[in-house]
Design a protein around this ligand. Structure first.
Ligand code: CA
Length: 303
């Protein structure tokens, strides 16, 4: 008889993802987002894998929109088309290509400056690799605590770092929108860029990528409450709604990933063994022979 039992496997993570982007308080949306499941790669045994990103474009006319979309398209094409196993290296390559694509487009339209932030994450199972240029952020929500993973490339972040501005004053500084780095502003991206951050997700962790349209109207506590109460796609949409309700004057984009624990249980069915079936057959034959012998003996004794 086949044995059927639930065999506990080592604990693993299921990652769910979702994103939302909205014009918020502006006439056009110059943000762009990516939420994509990556196809299995031969060098990457962990599946499923995801590419997540937010970009916040800037420039005259449609420049910001063009820059943000060029960034996410170049990122997506580079990452999906690559067999590179090193996620950090892959993101560095993608950011360089995105910078060149935007700078090239700017040159092609007469040198009108255009640029964008880009914050991107590759998730492979529980391993997250994050890259960032500009002031769009990645946050980790772990055990109700929000931690900013990325470092802003902004004037106020530099002022806070060198002690000339208090951290609590950065949020209200009139200079808070001034970036020190962005994609597409120079022919070559600074060799120290993008900033790379690596972390291992634990069960229950949430990862948030977001643009700066949230910073004036949402606090860390708001982000945490929404992500803890909703699955990723709903959480991203809810964050965008709240930013609108609170009167953000900017575009707003959020991408959320949630790592949920799963103790995978697979039915174990004992396979038929090579000798298993002949043993059954032999037993049946022996039984039949015994019955026949008993029958013969019975009839012989009674005849
Ligand atoms: Ca913005």
């Amino acid at each position: 008889m086949n044995e059927r039992a639930l065999v506990p496997q080592p604990e693993s993570l299921i990652v769910a993802v979702g994103g939302a982007s909205d014009v918020g308080g502006r006439p056009t949306n110059q943000d762009a987002v990516v939420v994509a499941e990556l196809p299995p790669a031969p060098m990457v045994p962990v599946a499923p894998s995801f590419l997540l990103a937010v970009a916040d474009g800037m420039g005259g006319h449609a420049g910001g929109d063009v820059a943000a979309n060029l960034a996410v398209e170049t990122l997506r094409d580079t990452v999906i088309g690559s067999g590179e196993a090193d996620a950090a290296l892959l993101l560095k390559q993608a950011f360089r290509k995105a910078n060149e694509a935007i700078y090239g487009r700017s040159e092609a339209v007469g040198g009108e400056p255009m640029g964008t932030t880009l914050t991107a994450a590759i998730l492979r199972g529980k391993y997250a690799t994050i890259a960032s240029v500009g002031d769009s952020r990645a946050y980790l929500l772990r055990a109700r605590g929000m931690t900013q993973i990325t470092k802003d490339h902004s004037l106020v972040a530099e002022q806070v770092a060198n002690g000339t501005l208090k951290p609590e004053a950065a949020r209200s500084s009139p200079q808070r929108n001034i970036l020190t780095q962005a994609l597409g502003m120079k022919a070559k991206l600074d060799t120290r860029l993008p900033g790379i951050f690596e972390l291992t997700l634990l069960p229950g962790d949430r990862l948030l990528l977001c643009t700066d349209g949230f910073y004036d109207v949402l606090q860390d506590r708001d982000f945490a409450d929404v992500m803890l109460a909703n699955p990723p796609a709903s959480a991203a949409a809810r964050l965008v709604d709240i930013a609108r309700e609170r009167g953000t004057t900017d575009n707003v984009s959020a991408v959320v990933a949630e790592a949920t624990p799963t103790r995978v249980t697979t039915p174990r069915v004992a396979p038929p063994t090579r000798q298993g079936l002949p043993m059954v057959a032999i037993a049946v034959i022996v039984l039949v022979v015994l019955i026949v012998l008993v029958a013969i003996a019975f009839f012989a004794l009674n005849s």
